[in-house]
Design a protein around this ligand. Structure first.
Ligand code: UDP
Length: 476
């Protein structure tokens, strides 16, 4: 058996937003560190994985990680409107643990390290059982990580002030969180079992061999410095890890984009699962139409409709199937817009020269993809830590402008949408953001290049794994 080669196991939680960055980390470990890598995928719905090309190997891919799909987990017994999406993920991962343990126990070439994502901390005890190193991979930014790691230490009185009196929440060494950018977790009672599980997960993270985070030193220097000074667990910024362009996907969309002028199209997408209300979809359609600009819109049926079984054919010109759009919208925008049902090959779209802006829900993967492809953003956060991301992108990094609702929970109006689309595609503001994005893109490339900050962080992690393997082999 090969003893000089480290074998790293990764665990991906359910959801494309988790699977995509874990797969990228896995590919990076194979191609840059020459490790053997196995990715265990927890999924509630294997069929949805088949709909994307994520688990297929592109023709020129070379060595790839091994993918092990853990058995399908039925969570129908815990369903219902009162159970949050996050709680469903947590329970699914928990129920997958016996399968993961069994897979690892029967591996002849046992992994040296286990890397779990945000929701996988229950698996860390399996790493302990098999004397594996333990790492956590946060596919978000350092500010979010800092907030998470600090939560158990924040005085409850301060949290109350934040929640009840809307005072900013102080995070040591980092930008405070404004009430408007709040995370759901701060609204929970300290005795809520879900809150307690969250704190337990954070405590487990703090006892690992390190936390890998999909950012880079030059993007968040202050936060990363604060984390290193205040936390015992080593922090490794290794990003931005972003899915590369894979030719051959989304040919119809690319063919449409090929016909459009350079930087003339706004790409509109709300991540792997984001949906809008019927009223919001209508306002968005009106806003795009009124902007008089070209658009590619990844369209999902609004949440009030019964989305199950709805099929939106690409280029479908019939108002009958898309009756939640304004009357006549498809006809009036047919020369300017492309509706993509449900899922687009996002990286391929963002890398196209015709794309001039990205209206995004500010998921961190989408954000990184936009930056490495040099595309300015319009930030329209929908849920979770996306409001923090939007605030960071707009106020600190200068990579986006922000969509404003008239009242915080009201639908964003068509006039606002018209205005932000024009600001990004037509006005000077868009040009300024584009040049800022270019700086960020260069900085990201430098971080990943040999000798760059993220390259060095990744090498440190690799060395720790190699050292651990040698120690084990020598029987120490
Ligand atoms: N994605 C895609 N096509 C789509 C929607 C999403 O390829 O139509 C990919 C996108 O490129 C990104 C991921 O799904 O890599 C979404 O992750 P993100 O962190 O942006 O948001 P989340 O889905 O977790 O809210």
């Amino acid at each position: 058996m090969e003893t000089t080669m480290s074998h790293i196991a990764l665990l991906a939680s359910p959801g494309m937003g988790h699977l995509i960055p874990v797969l990228e980390l896995a590919k990076h470990l194979v191609s840059h560190q020459s490790f053997k890598v196995t990715v265990f995928v927890v999924a509630t719905d294997h069929a949805s994985l088949a709909n994307t090309h994520l688990l297929q190997s592109p023709a020129d891919s070379g060595d790839l990680p091994d993918i092990v799909l853990l058995p399908f987990i039925d969570v129908s017994d815990i369903g219902g409107p009162s159970v949050s999406f996050i709680a469903t993920i947590v329970i699914t991962v928990l129920r997958s643990m016996p399968f993961l343990r069994s897979e690892i126990s029967k591996m002849e070439f046992r992994p040296t390290a286990l890397v779990v994502d945000l929701f996988g901390t229950d698996a860390l005890e399996i790493a302990d059982e098999y004397n594996m190193l333990k790492f956590v991979f946060i596919a978000s930014n350092a500010w979010f990580l800092a907030v998470m790691l600090c939560t158990p230490e924040i005085d409850r009185k301060e949290i109350d002030e934040h929640v009840k009196n809307r005072k900013p929440l102080h995070i040591p060494g980092c930008k405070p969180i404004k009430f408007e950018h709040n995370l759901e977790v701060f609204f929970m009672d300290a005795n809520d079992p879900f809150y307690q599980g969250y704190v337990e997960a954070i405590n487990k993270m703090s006892l690992t061999d390190g936390i890998l985070v999909n950012t880079w030193d030059e993007l968040e220097p202050t936060t990363l410095k604060a984390l290193r000074e205040t936390k015992k667990v080593p922090i490794y910024p290794i990003g931005p890890l972003v899915r590369p362009i894979e030719k051959g996907f989304g040919n119809e969309i690319i063919a449409w984009l090929d016909k459009q002028p350079k930087q003339s199209v706004i790409y509109v997408s709300f991540g792997s699962g984001g949906t809008l209300s019927a009223q919001q979809v209508k306002e968005l359609a009106w806003g795009l139409e009124l902007s008089q600009q070209k658009f590619v819109w990844v369209l999902r049926p609004p949440i009030e409709n019964d989305a199950a079984g709805t099929f939106l054919a690409l280029g479908n010109g019939s108002d009958a199937t898309l009756n939640y759009l304004p009357d006549g919208f498809l006809v009036r925008t047919q020369d300017r817009g492309l509706l993509v049902p449900m899922w687009a090959p996002q990286v391929e779209v963002l890398s196209h020269p015709s794309i001039g802006g990205f209206l995004t829900h500010c998921g961190w993967n989408s954000t990184m993809e936009s930056i490495v492809n040099g595309v300015p953003m319009i930030a329209w956060p929908l849920y979770a830590e996306r409001k923090m991301n939007a605030s960071m992108l707009t106020e600190d990094i200068g990579a986006s402008i922000r969509v404003m609702a008239v009242e915080s929970d009201a639908a964003v109006g068509r006039e606002e949408i018209r205005s932000v689309v024009r600001k990004i595609l037509v006005d000077r503001q868009g040009r300024n953001i584009r040049s800022r994005i270019k700086e960020l893109k260069d900085s990201a490339e430098n971080a990943l290049a040999k000798g760059g900050s993220s390259y060095n962080s990744m090498s440190q992690v690799a060395n720790i794994c190699i050292q651990h393997l040698k120690t084990k082999a020598s029987g120490a």
